[in-house]
Design a protein around this ligand. Structure first.
Ligand code: AMP
Length: 197
């Protein structure tokens, strides 16, 4: 199964991708995680990406397309994968389509998590406050300013992917504000329907 999870920052894509990954035995491919790993390694890609990520802007299409192409070629992706945080631009979506076509593979579904963005902003601020109060550490882009930037990048560059995938007949929307287990169940229902089609 090849699946994309779409939705704004903080919508729960990563949480759902982890649950689905262990249920279906296919990897979660999170470009955010891959980029953070590159930053932690101090690799050339990481050095180029760090300040862009910290500010909440998008890393270049060229960089992310390349890391996804490499990741998709690894053996554990052969049975499928869950893309979390990729594609984020129409250029990336087109690159993914060409990449899959070159391998004679297809996407099964694109699931969009619909959320109340103001509630998400409050949720993010509370989570950061609680984590810091408990002595934990948060991501460098987990602050109000970067969050606003990530949200505006989402509207400008990622939101158009909904109609892109709707036109391709792949888009399925679920309520991302429901309880975590209810969101998982709704995604599973949509996947079952997509596979029947
Ligand atoms: P995430 O963990 O998905 O919220 O991603 C964290 C940050 O990594 C984003 O704010 C971007 O700076 C960068 N990033 C992750 N995925 C992509 C992508 N597909 N295209 C461009 N930048 C990305």
């Amino acid at each position: 199964m090849r699946l994309i999870l779409l939705g704004p920052p903080g919508a729960g894509k990563g949480t759902q991708a982890k649950i689905l990954s262990s249920k279906h035995g296919i990897p979660q491919l999170s470009t955010g995680d891959m980029l953070r790993a590159a930053v932690a390694d101090g690799s050339a890609v990481g050095l180029r990406a760090k300040s862009v990520m910290d500010s909440g802007q998008l890393v270049s299409d060229e960089i992310v397309n390349e890391i996804v192409a490499e990741r998709v070629d690894q053996p554990d992706s052969a049975r499928g994968f869950i893309l979390d945080g990729y594609p984020r631009t129409v250029v990336q979506a087109e690159s993914l389509a060409a990449m899959l076509e070159g391998k004679s593979k297809q996407l099964d579904a694109v699931i969009e998590l619909k959320v109340d963005e103001e509630a998400l902003g409050r949720r993010m601020e509370n989570r950061v406050r609680e984590t810091l109060a408990a002595g934990g550490s948060v991501r460098a882009d987990d602050n109000a300013e970067s969050f606003r930037r990530r949200m505006s990048e989402y509207h400008a560059k990622t939101a158009p992917l909904s109609s892109f995938y709707a036109r391709a007949g792949l888009l399925r929307v679920v309520d991302g504000m429901a309880a975590m287990s209810a969101v998982t169940a709704a995604i599973e229902n949509q996947l079952a329907a997509a596979v029947r089609n």
